[in-house]
Design a protein around this ligand. Structure first.
Ligand code: SAM
Length: 281
């Protein structure tokens, strides 16, 4: 996408400016979200108009003007070209999702990870998705395999969209969406020792939910998909650093690390990783 973006902007930016264009941008349905360095902000309109003109089916181009932030993991958006609308439909692995890019978290960059985890699930598992967003992981899993998934998010908008998306993809009988804080909800007796598998896709804070998630695993144990942010100058050290981090957090438990991988880069020398852990009880 980087080269493609740079080629598109060749006619409207100087060569020296093109090298400053941020490395990538997200396309979510008919909406594109781009980061533009401060030095080029005076050209944001022409950048937006160029993308709108050349990329088929795009209706809105937003500048991302803040980092993803806050409990709901939202980013600041400013319209730079096209229609002022936040809602779009995004397709992934045969599923359709209504997304509101302003009011709930969504990233197309997790799509490979969503597929990977969905391929690990066996029939009839009970799964908890602690930080479900608009329901993406849960719906992709439920579409492939008969399971029961508790789909939790504290953001009301994400919860509403996840309910709509479950229906849209005809998996509403497999997914129970719940709006609220995962810590509060999962402390309820009804979740204790119920889960075969728990997804923890909140890298900034997943470590705060370890004891709660362990309580929810079945007596025979189960899988945790634990997301982290790892800072490292050397990419080849990230997996080892990530596993050391997991060892430091889970030292009170009997567990095995089954797999760790980098999900994506999230900043200069910062990586999002996921570790699949089998925890015995
Ligand atoms: C990184 S996003 C999840 C992304 C999602 N799994 C996906 O594939 O699009 C994290 C989500 O966790 C939610 N969240 C943050 N703190 C929470 C909490 N304490 N309990 C439940 N949900 C929470 C946010 O609202 C946000 O939607």
């Amino acid at each position: 996408m980087t080269k493609f973006l740079k080629r598109l902007l060749k006619d409207v930016l100087l060569d020296s400016e093109i090298s400053n264009v941020f490395s990538s941008f997200d396309i979510i349905g008919d909406i594109a979200i781009i980061k533009i360095p401060d030095s080029l902000l005076h050209k944001k309109k022409i950048i937006g108009e160029t993308l709108l003109l050349h990329i088929p089916n795009l209706k809105s181009i937003f500048l991302q003007n803040t980092a993803v932030d806050g409990e709901y993991r939202l980013r600041g958006l400013e319209l730079i070209a096209g229609e002022n609308k936040y809602v779009t439909t995004y397709k992934e692995y045969g599923c359709k999702f209504f997304v509101n890019v302003a009011s709930s978290y969504f990233s197309p960059r997790l799509s490979t990870e969503r597929l990977r985890i969905s391929n690990l699930v066996s029939a009839n598992e009970t799964i908890v998705n602690m930080f479900a967003g608009v329901g993406t992981f849960s719906i992709i899993i439920a579409k492939k395999t008969p399971v029961l998934i508790y789909n939790i998010d504290s953001n009301l908008d994400a919860y509403i969209l996840s309910k709509i998306n479950s229906k849209l993809n005809k998996v509403e009988d497999s997914i129970i969406s719940i709006n609220g804080d995962a810590q509060d909800i999962l402390s309820s007796q009804m979740f204790i020792q119920k889960a075969d598998r728990i997804l923890m896709p909140l890298p900034e804070k997943a470590f705060e939910f370890i004891d709660t998630s362990v309580d929810c695993l079945k007596p025979g144990g189960g899988y945790l998909h634990f997301f982290s942010h790892i800072k490292s100058d050397i990419k080849s050290k990230v997996i080892g650093d990530s596993e050391n981090y997991v060892h430091s957090l889970f030292s009170n438990y009997d567990y095995q690390i089954k797999h760790t991988q980098i999900v994506r880069d999230v900043g200069p020398r910062i990586y999002q990783t996921v570790t699949d852990i089998f925890l015995k009880k």
